[in-house]
Design a protein around this ligand. Structure first.
Ligand code: PEP
Ligand code: MN
Length: 373
């Protein structure tokens, strides 16, 4: 006899998705960047325990950029880290970056593991780690890769799933900036937003500690995460951040964490408010019409590029006309500024448009090209 599927209770998800309006609060992963000594870890845990984090994080093996820094206490730390968290009824997650570390983590009964940004970036390692975790049902947090490559992040999820690991959550910790930047890692919010659209089943947590690299900015980014509907946070917390052996500048004290959580504003949609719904609908209808006009204008603009391409081809002119491009940039910047447009936004749009025009003209120059737009 087939069991009645409605009677089969599925295991509760280790990583729930947040529904603050239904009483499911954002998931909180908190703890030090690294577990340093039993005494130091205990001092942090004593501050953390009253805040009841859903999961305590503790780095045992630290992937440092330079080799002369503290690289974690290593496997022997797992004994006291496990013991001290368990004694307080807290669940523990550690970072694993190699199969041997996964074996140690399993041996010591950690509750979850996370893959750091320097591991998610490497498909071989992700696969190796998945192979060792296969069949254990271990909950896994996958941080974004250091480079802003959504497909690579997605690939890490898929690799874990191939090994039968289904208790997964994603951690957005920002992307390496390639130029001086106001944050340690650039948030590039559009990437996690797009990943969540593609995998709405997976919880997405935000790691403001590694994004900002600055404890003073952490509360602001924790709030942004709420406003962008994240399902939780991973936050670095240390009893005495200025003495920390890694990431000293970005860790909160337990008191600061309490204040940060207490200062969060939860915002909710209000389906009862008919008047507001009508106002939103009206504004969105205007946006829809403008978007339609913009699409039409873009299409017309590209048709003109095509006609320009035809002329350039007929008279054997080079496709790129640097003087003309300079002039476009200069005039559009001036006009855009007077219309209140953000320069970096405008630049991205101009670059995209120019790139598309050039590509279309390059296609026209190819011998087999007979395409019209
Ligand atoms: C960490 O969580 O301490 C860490 C090393 O993070 P990331 O992989 O985001 O750099
Ligand atoms: Mn850290």
């Amino acid at each position: 006899m087939n069991p009645d599927p409605t009677l089969v209770k599925s295991e509760p998800a280790f990583f729930p998705k947040a529904h603050p309006d239904q009483g499911v609060r954002p998931f909180l992963v908190a703890g030090p960047c690294s577990a340093e000594t039993p005494e130091r870890f205990e001092a942090t845990l004593d501050g953390l325990a009253p805040l009841a984090p859903d999961l305590v994080r503790a780095g045992i093996w630290k992937p440092r950029t330079r080799p002369d820094r503290f690289e974690g206490v290593g496997a022997e730390g797992l004994v006291w880290v496990r013991e001290l968290t368990q004694r307080r009824g807290l669940r523990l997650a550690v970072e694993v970056a190699q199969p041997s570390q996964v074996e140690q983590a399993l041996l010591h009964g950690v509750d979850a593991v996370w893959l750091g940004a320097r591991t998610t970036v490497n498909p071989f390692l992700v696969d190796e780690i998945g192979r060792v975790l296969a069949g254990t049902g271990m909950p896994v947090l996958l941080k974004n890769p250091i480079n802003p490559d959504l497909e690579l992040w997605l690939g890490a999820i898929e690799r874990m799933e191939r090994w039968g690991l289904t208790q997964l959550a994603l951690v957005h910790r920002g992307f390496s900036p390639f130029e001086p930047s106001p944050y340690r890692n650039m948030p590039q919010w559009e990437i996690p937003i797009e990943l969540r659209r593609r995998r709405p089943d997976l919880p997405m947590y935000c790691d403001p500690s590694h994004i900002t690299g600055n404890a003073r900015l952490v509360p602001e980014f924790a709030q942004i995460a709420l406003d962008l509907c994240y399902d939780g946070w991973m936050l670095e917390v240390h009893h005495s951040p200025s003495d920390a052996w890694s990431d000293a500048g970005q860790q909160l004290t337990p008191d600061q964490l309490r204040d940060t959580l207490g200062g969060m504003t939860f915002r909710f949609n209000d389906p009862e408010n008919q008047e507001l719904a009508a106002q939103l609908q009206d504004l969105r209808a205007q946006v829809d019409r403008l978007d339609h006009d913009l699409l039409e204008l873009m299409s017309q603009r590209l048709k003109l590029s095509h006609r320009l391409g035809t002329l350039k081809k007929e008279y054997d002119l080079p496709i790129l006309q640097p003087k003309r491009w300079e002039q476009i940039l200069e005039t559009r910047h001036r006009e855009g500024a007077s219309m209140g447009l953000n320069l970096s936004f405008l630049n991205k749009w101009l670059q995209l448009m120019h790139q598309e025009s050039i590509q279309r003209q390059l296609d026209m120059y190819r011998p087999d090209s007979s395409k019209t737009p």
